[in-house]
Design a protein around this ligand. Structure first.
Ligand SMILES: [Zn+2]
Ligand SMILES: [Zn+2]
Ligand SMILES: [Zn+2]
Length: 115
């Protein structure tokens, strides 16, 4: 359990620094580097304390359960604030997108000045 996801059922091992975190935000708070994305996630079930791997490219409905104790760990995250995405919400991509938008408005501005 962490302050971002109040009902976290698993810890995830970060592929970049090999440490255990409850969520990507916990990683970012203590790390000076962005969390590396991986297709093979390593989870530790909080209920039975066992570690298991999942290939995220082959994720099926039955993979939402811990293979050791059947604890369902893919659940809707309870977050203290609304609007914090858990999956599919890559802050790095959003930042890139925003940077791109900024560059485009910059170019518009430049061409206006030139024209
Ligand atoms: Zn890391
Ligand atoms: Zn967290
Ligand atoms: Zn388990």
């Amino acid at each position: 359990m962490c302050k971002h996801i109040l009902n976290a059922q698993v810890s995830v091992r970060s592929p970049c620094c090999q440490k255990w975190f409850d969520c990507p935000e916990c990683h970012d708070e203590v790390s000076k580097h962005p969390l590396r994305k991986t297709m093979e996630m390593v989870f530790a079930c909080k209920k039975c304390k066992k570690v298991f791997r999942k290939d995220m490219t082959l994720f099926e409905e039955s993979d939402e359960f811990c293979p050791h104790c059947d604890n369902r760990y893919i659940i809707d995250a309870k977050t203290p604030q609304m609007g914090i995405g858990v999956e599919g919400d890559d802050p790095r991509l959003q930042r890139d997108f925003r940077a791109k938008q900024l560059r485009e408005t910059e170019l518009d501005f430049m061409s206006e000045r030139l024209g």
